[in-house]
Design a protein around this ligand. Structure first.
Ligand code: HEC
Ligand code: HEC
Length: 356
C-alpha cells in the first residue's frame, strides 16, 4: 500500500489508524521509515483498507496528538477541563446543560471517544484534535468570524435540538477549555474557509462533495437499499425504529412521551451529504471507513428521510443569552427542505407522503 507523503520542513509524518482491532502508527521521515504496532498495516493491499485510508486518515503534522494529554492542568484550569469533559459525556443530564438539550444525545454521540476513552479523540471526521487551533474562524452559516464558544453553543440549537447557552457561561467556557486542552502542543492554524480543525476541514469538504454527487441522483430504489443496509449494519445498535438500543444513541423519531430523540433538521448530520460523510468515516462503531461511498450515501438518505424535528433558529435563541455573533438571524429547515437542497423530493424518495 502506498502512503501519501507530505513534506513539512524536514519532517514527514503520516498517521494511520486501524480502529477495528488495534492502533497502528506508521511514521515516515525523509530518512527513516519504521512502524510500531501491527506490521500488517504496511502490507495490507485490499481495497477495503485503501478505502479506509481515504475516508478516515487525516494527513497530520508531528505535533498532532493521538490521545489527550496524560495529565490535567493544575488548579482551576484543570477543574474546568474536567468539567468540560463531563459535560461533553453527559450533556443531556448534566445540571449545567440539561435544560438546554432537547433530545437524548450527548456531544460524545458524534464526537466519538478514542482509545483514551475521552470525547472527541477518535480520528474520524468530528475529531476535536486541532479544533481549538482553527479559532476564531469564519463560518459561512453565520457569516461572521466565530469563537470556539460560539461554535460550541451553536451545537445546542442544532445537533442537541435545544437552546443556545449564555455566551461565556460556565458550561460554555468549560467545554471550550476541554476542547482547547486536546490541542495542547499543536500550532495555530486558522481557517478562512470553515470553522473546523485542520484534521477535519479538507477531508470533510471533499467527502461532502463526493456524497452530494452520488445523492443528487438518488431514487426510491436507493432509499430501499439504504433501508436494507440500515437493518443489517446499523439497527442492532440504533434500533429498527431508530430509537437507539440501551446506551446506543437514537437516530430519529420521538419517545413514547412525544419528545424528539435525536438531532434536528438544522444539524450538520441531518444534511444528506454531511450525514453520509460523517457516517462513512465513523460507523459502524469501530469500523469507520468500511462502508462504500454508495452504501454510506444510501443509508443516510434513508436515515435522514425519517422524522426529525424542524429547525427554526429563532426558537434556539434565548432572551438572556447575550450577544449572538451572527449576521444570519432567520433560518428554517425541515426534512423536506433538506431533501430539496439536493434537488430531491422526499415523497418520491420514500414512496409515500408520511413526512410533513
Ligand atoms: C448529531 C451529531 C452531533 C452532536 C450530538 C454534536 N455535534 Fe458537534 N459537530 C457535528 C458535526 C457533523 C460537525 C461538523 C460539521 C459541521 O460543520 O456541521 C460538528 C462540529 C463541531 C465542532 C467543530 C469541530 C471541528 O473542528 O471540526 C465543534 C467545536 C462541535 N461540533 C462541538 C460540539 C459540542 C460542544 C456538542 C455538544 C453540545 C456537539 N458538538 C454535539 C455533529 C454533532
Ligand atoms: C456496535 C454498535 C453500533 C453500530 C453497529 C452502529 N453504531 Fe452508530 N453509534 C454507536 C455509538 C455507541 C454511537 C455514539 C458514540 C458514543 O456514545 O460513544 C453512535 C453514533 C452514531 C450517530 C451519531 C449520533 C446519533 O445518534 O445521531 C450516527 C448518525 C450513527 N451512529 C449512525 C450509524 C449508522 C448509519 C450505522 C450503520 C452503518 C451505525 N451507526 C452502526 C454504535 C453503533
Amino acid at each position: 500500500m502506498d502512503f501519501p507523503h507530505l513534506f513539512y520542513g524536514n519532517l514527514l509524518l503520516n498517521f494511520y489508524i486501524m480502529k477495528q482491532l488495534s492502533f497502528a502508527i506508521v511514521i515516515c521521515s525523509s530518512l527513516v521509515l519504521f512502524a510500531c504496532g501491527s506490521s500488517t498495516t504496511k502490507d495490507a493491499k485490499s481495497t477495503k483498507s485503501d478505502l479506509k485510508e481515504q475516508v478516515t486518515t487525516p494527513v497530520v503534522k508531528s505535533t498532532t496528538p493521538t490521545t489527550a494529554p496524560k495529565e490535567y492542568p493544575k488548579g482551576k484550569l484543570g477543574e474546568m477541563v474536567k468539567l468540560g469533559e463531563d459535560i461533553l459525556n453527559n450533556t443531556n443530564t448534566h445540571p449545567l446543560t440539561k435544560d438546554l438539550v432537547g433530545n437524548s444525545l450527548q456531544c460524545k454521540s458524534c464526537h466519538l471517544k478514542g482509545s483514551d476513552a475521552k470525547p472527541g479523540t477518535a480520528a474520524g471526521i468530528g475529531t476535536f484534535f486541532g479544533t481549538a487551533t482553527a479559532f476564531p474562524a469564519y463560518s459561512k452559516r453565520e457569516k461572521t468570524v466565530q469563537s470556539l464558544q460560539d461554535r460550541v453553543n451553536n451545537c445546542f440549537m442544532r445537533s442537541m435540538n435545544g437552546k443556545r447557552p449564555i455566551i461565556d457561561s460556565k458550561a460554555s467556557m468549560a467545554m471550550a477549555t476541554y476542547i482547547t486542552w486536546l490541542s495542547t502542543g499543536m500550532p495555530i492554524q486558522q481557517d478562512a474557509k470553515r470553522p473546523c480543525s485542520p484534521l477535519n476541514s479538507e477531508r470533510w469538504a471533499k467527502n461532502i462533495k463526493k456524497m452530494t454527487k452520488i445523492q443528487k441522483k438518488a431514487t426510491h430504489a436507493n432509499y430501499v437499499k439504504g433501508k436494507e443496509l440500515y437493518a443489517s449494519k446499523c439497527s442492532s445498535c440504533h434500533g429498527v425504529d431508530g430509537a437507539g438500543v440501551a446506551t446506543f444513541p437514537p437516530l430519529w423519531g420521538k419517545s413514547k412521551e412525544g419528545k424528539w430523540l435525536s438531532y434536528n433538521t438544522g444539524a450538520g448530520m441531518s444534511k444528506l451529504n454531511k450525514g453520509a460523510a460523517w457516517a462513512q468515516s465513523n460507523m459502524p462503531l469501530n469500523q469507520g471507513g468500511t462502508l462504500s461511498d454508495q452504501d454510506a450515501a444510501d443509508i443516510m438518505l434513508f436515515v435522514n428521510a425519517q422524522p426529525h424535528a424542524d429547525f427554526n433558529l429563532q426558537n434556539g435563541l434565548q432572551k438572556d443569552m447575550g450577544y449572538y455573533n451572527s449576521d444570519v438571524l432567520k433560518e428554517k429547515h425541515s426534512v423536506r427542505s433538506n431533501f430539496k437542497q439536493l434537488g430531491l423530493d422526499v415523497d418520491v424518495i420514500r414512496g409515500d407522503k408520511a413526512i410533513n
